[in-house]
Every structure is written in structure tokens, then in C-alpha cells.
Design a protein around this ligand. Structure first.
Ligand code: THU
Length: 156
């Protein structure tokens, strides 16, 4: 029997080490957490997207009394981005989370459904989407969403 080992490369850095462009995207994701509607989980997530046309789009999680009807920040942002700018490619997405009055220390990582949704637009664009996961202690940078979705499903 053969074995295959899949590896994920993550760049770990501090806020001060980010480029001005990445700092800006992280700042937008952080401020988007404050617009989350999360009365049930009290977990406030923000996402910010940089598009190839230079536009910046943000989103936050929007919960619902019927729990499954709620939506994560990442999907709020990426669906809005593609609905508004269908011709633009998604260059990068930054994600942050705020709970109990402070930002999470460890980077927050998108759920499986959001990974699959982000992959759709990465595949459509034909180029990787840079993923920046914010934590107040450290930040993870991934070169593309496939780093978070090994053996991913895609019909293209
Ligand atoms: N959530 C996000 O918005 N993004 C993630 O990547 C993980 C979870 C939301 C969903 C729900 O409103 C709350 O966080 C708690 O799971």
C-alpha cells in the first residue's frame, strides 16, 4: 500500500510585518466584525475582500432564529462581491473574529462550507485567492484556499 502525505504551507507573521495593502484588508475585516448580527452565538466574524478591480468588499456573519438560515461572514462577503462585480476576480480575503469584547488571539479559520464557496471563485478566476487569517497574537497567510481544502471537489 502506498501513502500520500499532504502538506499545508502557512506563513505566520505579526500585524507589523504585513504590507500596507494587507494591513488595510485586515483592518476592514476587524471593523466588519462590529457589524455582525450574532445574537445567538455572540461570535462576531468579519471578512474583507480585495477584488482585481481595486474594490474592497466586507461582510459579517448574519444569524437567524432558525439557526441554519444564518450565514458566515466569508460567504456574506464573497457572494456580495460576485453579485456586485461579476467580472472581477477575488485577489484576497481577510478574516477576523471578535468575542467577549476582544479579538480572538488565534487566527480564525473559515468553516468547510465557506472554504468550498471561496474555492468556487478561486476556480472561476483561475488563480489562487490569498487568505489572511487574523489573530491578535499571530496572523496566518495562505497562498490559496486549496491550502485549507486538500482533495477539494471541483467540477471545472
Ligand atoms: N462563523 C463565521 O462567520 N465564519 C467562520 O469562519 C466560522 C463561523 C459564524 C457562524 C456563526 O454565526 C458564528 O460564527 C458561530 O459559529
Amino acid at each position: 500500500m502506498k501513502e500520500k502525505i499532504l502538506t499545508t504551507k502557512i506563513e505566520v507573521c505579526s500585524y507589523n510585518e504585513l504590507t500596507q495593502c494587507d494591513k488595510n484588508l485586515v483592518d476592514l475585516a476587524k471593523s466588519a466584525t462590529q457589524r455582525a448580527y450574532a445574537p445567538y452565538s455572540k461570535f462576531h466574524v468579519g471578512a474583507a475582500i480585495l477584488l482585481s478591480n481595486g474594490e474592497l468588499v466586507t461582510g459579517s456573519n448574519q444569524e437567524n432564529a432558525a439557526f441554519p438560515s444564518g450565514t458566515c461572514a466569508e460567504r456574506t462577503a464573497i457572494y456580495y462581491a460576485h453579485a456586485q462585480y461579476p467580472e472581477a476576480k477575488v485577489d484576497a480575503i481577510a478574516i477576523a473574529a471578535f468575542q467577549n469584547g476582544k479579538f480572538e488571539k488565534s487566527p480564525i479559520s473559515p468553516c468547510g462550507a465557506c472554504r468550498q464557496a471561496i474555492l468556487e471563485y478561486e476556480t472561476l478566476a483561475g488563480k489562487p485567492i490569498r487568505v489572511i487569517l487574523y489573530g491578535s497574537d499571530e496572523i496566518y497567510i495562505l497562498e490559496g484556499i486549496k491550502a485549507l481544502l486538500p482533495l477539494s471537489f471541483s467540477e471545472f
